[in-house]
Ligand binder design. Structure first.
Ligand SMILES: *Cc1c(COP(=O)(O)O)cnc(C)c1O
Length: 507
């Protein structure tokens, strides 16, 4: 492909993306394909000779598009948002165009230096304490990682090395390996699966302590768990606090965790992957109170702050602990800029680094602080609107509502809500997933797409209402049939799972 062809191909691809966004509202949010659909549509081997880009782009439309789940459809309400914006898309394009690997400062000075400044901009936007920022006089700083999962794991590794060094300095008679074998980590049973995984990967048992009925891990529960482990001769090391849990967006209290971690010498990591973006709005910063106790703090601009995946912001109070844990110098990596700019390769797992700061810069400049605040506030207001709609119908109940996430259910046994979600899921016009609140089955309704508006929320609500109608219609049929012959009950028994459960219950 020569430069002229690239110009045409690139422009056609941008047009294709623009057309996609123009039509995304009309596409069913979930694809209508079966597993294995794609292999029948493409050859078994790569083509012998290169093909024209026009043919390839056509095949994107024919083969790829039907298999996409439209995360940016206004009817996508599953999981949490994944960010997408035009400035970030173009930022990604340019980053691919430059195609450098930022493995050291000299490998592309702009990579490191823009990232340093962007992490300061972002930290100030969230109102983080100065000591976390690259621009502070102290040893703190910010870095962009690929995902919150990675950050939780990196925090654990740093906490582990710090604890070993600390105990060795106190003349602990155990070997490094013996100390490492005794370390324990803590989080709540509401934490993201990646928190449990970080414990597995880092060979540190992760105690998933029971949260209270609001999804919050109480300081007293944490303290008791630490006490028990110490009694057993184990060494408490790492705590992951959740600001915005994955199931219900609940907030642990850092002011409770902080003093405990400080007293017991535990590394406190804050996982604010989704909800951290809300701290851009001063009215939500009270939920971040006590952040000054944290050793590391993380949120994902790639979730709720309009920066395309991947972009996960991590700040540490003392970067020394990362650098000491991860520094493996080689001659080919030596350069003369020590101290003037961070060598971010020592702050992460991989050697190579993408230019993620570029898309972040584009988003922050083109939206501005006000644009970002407007986005967050608008999405929260849409969730509130949905909550009001649910509350207006006496068949439903709201289990929790926080930020852009509403968890709700049909009153009564779980089977009703399971059936409701199944009916809505089969129609594929909106996409939601199940959740769990206080051991009850519920539906998680998240405002995800930046294209979602009031009418889309009303549309989703209509879908739930009409599905509820179907759920209760089935229940009625069953009740009538119940008074008739055994045979008829058996018919219903097979065709309608809800009746099966009701039947079980009445037996
Ligand atoms: C989404 C989420 C994660 C995982 O984020 P990744 O960047 O995909 O690893 C972790 N913790 C919480 C609270 C989340 O909401």
């Amino acid at each position: 492909m020569d430069i002229e062809e690239f110009r045409n191909f690139g422009k056609a691809a941008v047009d294709y993306i623009a057309d996609y966004f123009e039509t995304i509202r009309d596409r069913p949010v979930l694809p209508n394909v079966e597993p294995g659909y794609l292999k029948d549509l493409i050859p078994d081997e790569a083509p012998q000779e290169g093909e024209p880009w026009q043919d390839v782009l056509k095949d994107v439309d024919r083969i790829i598009m039907p298999g996409l789940t439209h995360w940016h459809s206004p009817n996508f309400h599953a999981f949490y948002p994944t960010a997408n914006s035009f400035p970030a898309i173009v930022g990604e394009m340019l980053s691919a165009g430059f195609g450098c690997i930022g493995l050291s400062w000299i490998a592309s000075p702009a990579y490191t230096e823009l990232e340093v400044v962007m992490m300061n901009w972002l930290g100030k936007l969230l109102g983080l304490p100065e000591e976390f920022l690259n621009c502070s006089d102290g040893p703190g700083g910010g870095v962009i990682q690929g995902s919150a999962s990675e950050v939780t794991f990196i925090g654990l590794l740093a906490a582990k090395e710090k604890k070993v060094a600390e105990l060795k300095a106190q003349n602990c008679p155990l070997t490094d390996a013996e100390i490492k074998g005794k370390l324990v980590a803590y989080s709540s049973d509401q934490s993201n699966s990646s928190v449990e995984k970080s414990g597995l990967l880092g060979s540190m048992p992760m105690r998933l302590l029971p949260a209270d009925e609001h999804g919050i891990l109480r300081g007293s529960v944490l303290l008791e768990a630490i006490r028990k482990d110490k009694e057993k001769g184990l060494i408490p090391c790492y705590v992951v606090a959740n600001l915005g849990t994955t199931p219900t967006c609940a907030f642990d209290n850092l002011e409770k965790f902080g003093p405990i971690c400080q007293k017991e010498g535990l590394w406190l990591h804050v996982d604010a992957a989704y909800a951290g973006a809300a701290f851009a709005c001063p009215e939500y910063r009270h939920l971040n109170k006590g952040v000054e106790y944290a050793d590391s703090f993380n949120f994902n601009p790639h979730k709720w702050m309009l920066v395309n995946f991947d972009c996960s912001a991590m700040w540490v109070k003392n970067a020394k602990y990362l650098v000491e844990a991860f520094n493996v110098e080689r001659l080919y990596l030596k350069d003369q800029h020590k101290g003037l700019a961070p060598e971010y390769r020592h702050w992460q797992i991989a050697l190579g680094r993408r230019f993620r700061a570029l898309k972040l810069w584009f988003v922050l400049r083109m939206y501005g602080v006000e644009g970002i605040q407007k986005h967050i506030r608008h999405q929260i207001s849409l969730a509130k609107y949905f909550e009001d709609l649910v509350c207006s119908d006496s068949r439903f109940e709201v289990c929790s509502s926080s930020m852009g996430l509403v968890c709700f259910r049909l009153k009564g046994i779980d089977a009703l809500t399971q059936r409701l979600l199944k009916i809505v899921g089969e129609k594929k016009s909106i996409y939601c997933i199940a959740g769990n609140h206080n051991h009850k089955y519920c539906i998680r309704f998240a405002i995800c797409s930046r294209l979602t508006e009031k009418e889309d929320v009303e549309f989703a609500w209509k879908e739930f209402k009409s599905a509820a109608h179907e759920v209760f219609a089935m229940e009625k049929t069953y009740n009538i049939i119940d008074e008739k012959t055994e045979k008829k009950i058996h018919d219903i028994h097979i065709t309608s799972p809800i009746c099966e459960i009701l039947h079980e219950k009445t037996k």
